[in-house]
Design a protein around this ligand. Structure first.
Ligand code: BTN
Length: 310
């Protein structure tokens, strides 16, 4: 949201407050205040003009200005009712030199998943991509993916969903997938140029509207419809807070993961590894005790087989 408009909204939210007072406080004309109020109304904010001044009655259910309002993270939010893929859009913004932008959509027509799969994204979900330019080497990028899994899991747990993380970044309820994460980046040998962390949460949608060959669930199925604005804000704030200091990510991930302590089968690009998942190591590899010894797996598709023998 444009900076002055955000300040007008903040003043009204703390109101009721008269237009002349806002104009004086912000050093702008009364006509400018009025234009900002009209633009906020057009964006869905319900603003009453009573004798005591402007009063904020309600905030839109979802959308860019709604998520930016009161957001505890330094992101600008670009909202689309429908888009092909928020990751694709965020990549375009990266090429344009942008940073700290969240592309958010109600629906995607060409959502992308990991391993070149598609990602069903009907209206009612939370489909978003966070574009940032962290000052870290590319090798640390997996820590951002794990941070996104932690942030997502915390946010859906706050909404009452009993979610956990399957390594590296699937957010599950039991063995049903609730959310997925797709990270893309460009970098040089020593530094990330841009990083796009795409997060898809099956929020206020029916599981029947998510055609997939794998077990899947939605927030609606688990606990009923959720306030998508609050959930998105909570996720973005948690992601930002975790990525300010990446050392926080693994301890947080361990607490929320259902993989540690499981016998697992991990399909890596070159082989299949079977053993007990015992830990994660920075920036995000899985430590597996196999019959042949300890292995550290950096990437792959992980399947939980059963709890590991004590
Ligand atoms: C997975 O396969 O588990 C990852 C799914 C990631 C989906 C999200 S939805 C928002 C963002 N835009 C995309 O096209 N994909 C990611």
């Amino acid at each position: 949201m444009q900076e002055t408009r955000a300040r007008v909204l903040d003043r009204i939210a703390a109101g009721p407050v008269g237009g002349p007072q806002i104009a004086e406080d912000l050093g702008i004309s009364r006509a400018a205040v009025w234009k900002h109020v009209e633009a906020l109304r057009a964006a869905g904010f319900e603003i009453d003009s009573a004798e005591a001044g402007y009063e904020l009655i309600s905030i839109p259910e979802f959308g860019g200005p709604a998520v930016e309002f009161g957001l505890d993270a330094p992101y600008e939010v670009e909202y689309h009712e429908t888009i092909d893929s928020t990751n694709a859009r965020a990549r375009d913004l990266a090429v344009d030199g942008r940073a700290n932008v969240v592309v958010l959509a109600d629906a995607q027509t060409g959502g992308r998943g990991r391993l070149d799969r598609g990602w069903s994204s009907p209206s009612g979900g939370i489909w978003l991509s966070i574009l940032s330019r962290p000052q870290v080497p590319p090798a640390q990028a997996p820590a951002y993916t794990l941070a996104a899994a932690v942030a997502t899991t915390r946010a859906v747990r706050e909404a009452g969903v009993d979610a956990s993380i399957k390594w590296p970044n699937d957010v599950l309820v039991g063995d049903r997938k609730l959310a997925g994460i797709l990270t893309e980046m460009e970098g040089e040998a020593d530094r990330v140029s841009w990083l796009v962390v795409g997060i898809g949460i099956n929020a206020n949608v029916d599981a029947a509207d998510l055609p997939t060959d794998r077990p899947v669930t939605t927030v609606r199925e688990e606990v009923g419809d959720v306030d998508r604005r609050e959930l998105t804000q909570s996720l973005l704030a948690a992601f930002h807070e975790l990525t300010v200091d990446l050392q926080q990510v693994l301890p947080a991930w361990r607490k929320l993961s259902s993989t540690l302590g499981q016998r697992v089968r991990v399909e890596t690009p070159g082989e299949e590894i079977v053993g007990d998942a015992v830990d994660v190591r920075f920036p995000g590899s899985l430590v597996v005790e196999t019959a042949e010894g300890t292995r550290e797996v950096t990437a792959g598709d992980c399947e939980h087989l059963r709890p590991a023998d004590p």
